[in-house]
Design a protein around this ligand. Structure first.
Ligand code: SF4
Length: 334
């Protein structure tokens, strides 16, 4: 039996609107992550990727959010059963997160050095002077050219790349075992993006850390992932090892995402797109949630939600494959 560092089992994180409207942002999501592995979660905006990682940190605001059911096992402990004090002890020391937009994640009225030092004072129980010194060392470690000046700066005085490095320094400050990175390079230009990805990879390898990386960029996935889960409309539609997913994607949504990427040997004059948009969680269609956009949609897709089926260490939820909920159990032309 494999011991997973993180196991998310049938997680449902819903939000409730003013008229008790139920919004299933994360709906029956399951995945596992092994120690030292990099798992990428991909999908378009609004597919539930960020709410999934925020749920692991237990940072979903409740209300309006609610963990309706499921479990999140970290080293065998169910985080959903922990109280706020227990979670505070766990965050940063054992699980840390890099947020998408450092300008909103960092506190604008405190200097960078003080913000990194705060986590160290709370979690490592060191005094203020030693914590500030460590903060400067961490900024140097993440490649900030003048760490002393950076520590003495407010977030608005730094460039986007430097702010993201400061966020990474903070996330790594207490040497966590699990790092959650929610689109940490989205707001950056491509050269800084490459530097930040390199930095995360290097630190991960040096420390044997486990990473869950959220992105909509399949180029990043190909570069860093060991395993990939593809999310659509709050559900996992496909999961496989990275190479397997790129070599033989099974789900029409994954295939559509891959067709949207320009290739170096491309002969197409116009890039393909996936027609339509991700439905809002308050308005998910019946059956397969991808059916209004799917070129392979069949009658059954409009009424029966496909369940995940294992196609040889490759999970897919689609009626094109036998066992996904088709009462006849027949495979179809794929
Ligand atoms: Fe397309 Fe049907 Fe598969 Fe959904 S279940 S992805 S609609 S073929």
């Amino acid at each position: 039996m494999i011991d997973y560092l993180l196991e998310v089992n049938h997680l449902k994180t819903y939000f409730y609107g003013s008229e008790k409207q139920e919004i299933p942002a994360v709906d029956d999501v399951s995945f596992q992550v092994k120690q030292g592995e990099t798992l990428c979660i991909v999908g378009e905006s609004g597919c539930g990727k960020s709410v999934t990682t925020l749920s692991v940190m237990k940072l979903v605001q409740t209300p309006p959010g609610r963990y309706v059911s499921g479990e999140i096992l970290f080293e065998g402990r169910n985080l959903l059963e922990m109280n706020q004090k227990e979670m505070r002890n766990l965050r940063c020391k054992e699980i840390s997160m890099i947020f998408q937009e450092p300008m909103t994640a960092l506190n604008p009225v405190h200097k960078i050095g003080a913000q990194i030092a705060e986590a160290l004072i709370i979690n490592e129980e060191i005094d203020k002077k030693a914590a500030h010194q460590r903060a400067v060392e961490l900024l140097r470690m993440v490649g900030v050219p003048d760490p002393v000046r950076c520590a003495d700066s407010y977030p608005h005085q730094l460039s986007g790349g430097m702010r993201q490095r400061a966020m990474i320094a903070m996330a790594f400050s207490c040497n966590p075992n699990l790092l959650l990175a929610d689109e940490p390079t989205t707001a950056l230009d491509v050269t800084v993006q490459a530097q930040i990805l390199d930095l995360i990879q290097t630190l991960k390898e040096q420390r044997g850390m486990t990473v869950v990386f959220v992105t909509h960029d399949l180029g990043i996935v190909a570069e860093i992932a060991d395993r990939v889960i593809v999310m659509y409309a709050g559900r996992v539609v496909e999961e496989a090892a990275c190479e397997q997913l790129f070599a033989s994607p099974l789900h029409p949504y994954t295939r559509g995402l891959l067709r949207c990427i320009p290739r170096i040997d491309d002969t197409r004059e116009i890039l393909e797109t996936i027609e339509g948009q991700v439905p809002t969680p308050a308005d998910f269609p019946r059956g397969c949630r991808f059916h209004p956009r799917c070129p392979k949609a069949m009658e059954i897709c409009k009424s029966v939600m496909p369940e995940p089926v294992d196609m040889g260490n490759h999970l897919v939820s689609c009626h094109l494959y036998p066992g996904c909920g088709d009462a006849a159990g027949n495979s179809r032309e794929v």
